[in-house]
Design a protein around this ligand. Structure first.
Ligand code: A3P
Length: 315
């Protein structure tokens, strides 16, 4: 019988601890429903522990729908917190510097919770959880949260290619099949719409800095200033420029501490599709048919048309 390998370890540096037999034929994680949201099964199995996670008042939480620019904002935040010191930010891969709290890889690998608990304060943590599933202690302690959202079309394309290269996620099939599942929310973390909208509404009652991938592309210095201000950190103009330079797509693609190439290829196969793939706004145009594009436009207008939440699909 084949033993499922846990899908959430996809973003961990699994340099050790995985058996050869597993390495030879990793199995994609099964998707299940958790409180109405499609999730990898290991998150549901460990739900009590995740839900009971003890946040600390000085925790900073980075939150995104998968493939919205998580790694980019993680690297920016780390550099801002360390005054642009590249050496300090090369201390470990990005997934160790800000643990992914709902990550539950098999033993002997540490879970995201274990990594977070062992981490001295102040911690920067990462989650993809939709707002209604966030562990309550983050709200109780009024922790600062940075949310990054990306337009639905580029987000879908990026998620499609991530499914292709990440052997622990289900095979996405053809683009049109994946898009059907994406629109139906039958993918990890459920509906994009619910995610971006839920967090957008939460920002009115909680310290949440809500950023957009497209704004970060358009004017990274402006968006990094917002991050520094939100964190109460003063950045000299020279440091800001330095951070902009080291967090460009090209710089991060070349940085093994940010580009996920330290994850073994039997888990993330960068020859199928690089983790740092395109890093642009508008790559969706190379994937969507006119009909698919119109369909998403209609969903968008119907669901977000009356909302103050606006996305750009091109710059
Ligand atoms: P693409 O697949 O469109 O290239 P996440 O970190 O949430 O998994 O998101 C990954 C996406 O963010 C990928 O998008 C990746 O290329 C992009 N990305 C990562 N770092 C970036 C950067 N510095 N600038 C622009 N895009 C970046």
């Amino acid at each position: 019988m084949q033993r499922p390998i846990r899908g959430a370890k996809m973003e961990m540096g699994l340099e050790s601890g995985l058996e050869d037999s597993e390495a030879a034929s990793p199995q994609p994680s099964a998707m299940v429903e958790l409180e109405g949201v499609c999730m990898p099964h290991e998150i549901k199995e460990n739900w009590a522990a995740i839900r009971g996670f003890q946040a600390r008042p000085d925790d900073l939480l980075i939150c995104t729908y998968p493939k919205a620019g998580t790694t980019w904002i993680q690297e920016i935040v780390d550099l801002v917190q360390h005054g642009g010191d590249l050496q300090k930010c090369a201390r470990a891969p990005i997934f160790e510097r800000s643990p992914y709290i709902e990550l539950f890889p098999p033993k002997p690998l540490s879970s995201g919770l274990e990594l977070a608990e062992a981490m001295p304060s102040p911690r920067t943590l990462k989650t993809h959880l939709p707002v209604q599933l966030l562990p309550p202690s983050f709200w109780e302690h009024n922790c600062k949260i940075i949310y990054v959202a990306r337009n639905i079309k580029d987000n879908a394309v990026s998620f499609f290619h991530f499914h292709r290269m990440n052997k622990l996620l289900p095979d996405p099939g053809k683009w049109e099949e994946f898009l059907e599942n994406f629109v139906a929310g039958k993918i990890p973390y459920g509906l994009w719409l619910d995610h971006v909208r839920g967090w957008w509404e939460a920002k009115d009652r909680h310290p949440i800095l809500y950023l957009f991938y497209e704004d970060m592309k358009e004017d990274p210095a402006r968006e990094i200033r917002k991050v520094a201000q939100f964190l109460g950190i003063e950045l000299m103009e020279s440091v800001l420029k330095h951070i902009v330079h080291h967090t460009t797509f090209e710089s991060m693609k070349a940085n093994p501490m940010a580009n996920y190439t330290t994850v073994p290829s039997f888990i993330m196969d960068h020859s199928v599709s690089a983790f740092m793939r395109k890093g642009t706004v508008g790559n969706w145009k190379e994937h969507f048919t006119v009909a698919q594009s119109e369909r998403l436009d209609n969903i968008y207008v119907q669901e977000l048309g009356n909302s103050s939440l606006n996305f750009r699909t091109q710059l």
